[in-house]
Design a protein around this ligand. Sequence first.
Ligand code: FAD
Length: 138
Amino acid sequence: MPSVRLLYFSRATRELALSDMQDILATARSNNAEINVCGMLCYDNRYFLQALEGDRAIVSELYLDIADDPRHDDVVLLSLEEIQAPEFNDWGMGYASSSPRFNQLLTELKQDVFEPGALSQQDALNLLVQLSQQQDNI
Ligand code: FAD
């Protein structure tokens, strides 16, 4: 089965505490390691933007599970593309949230606050790649 990268964004149903993010990441990292999925998640302004990479059928099923999670809604699929090699292979699920670096990248994208719905697929992917190089340690 070909490998794919799926990108989506969503809105948290409430402002999330650090412990909420730790819960999400602990589940994601342990589950993704078992199913051989990697990716990158970012959170700011109550928006999530996430990339999932792995086997097409597995990523597809995982995305449907994640989209059902009551901790977020307004889930919007940005892209699903076949890939030759993963971009986020170094971690089960990388993570970054608001930081001076995040704000600088948003400024370069002409955003005062994080609005993933206004980004192109390519800008969203580039943002995650840049953020993956300076992650939050949680
Ligand atoms: P269970 O843990 O039994 O969950 C049962 C149901 O309860 C599911 O619908 C689950 O979504 C929901 N749920 C679980 N914990 C809570 C809670 N604290 N509050 C409210 N509802 C809860 N999982 C991955 O495996 N990989 C990922 O990369 C990944 N990324 C995520 C990104 C985001 C933004 C969010 C919000 C969640 C993510 N998750 C991820 C978690 C995922 O949505 C499921 O919780 C996880 O797959 C376990 O679901 P389950 O049905 O197997 O088990």
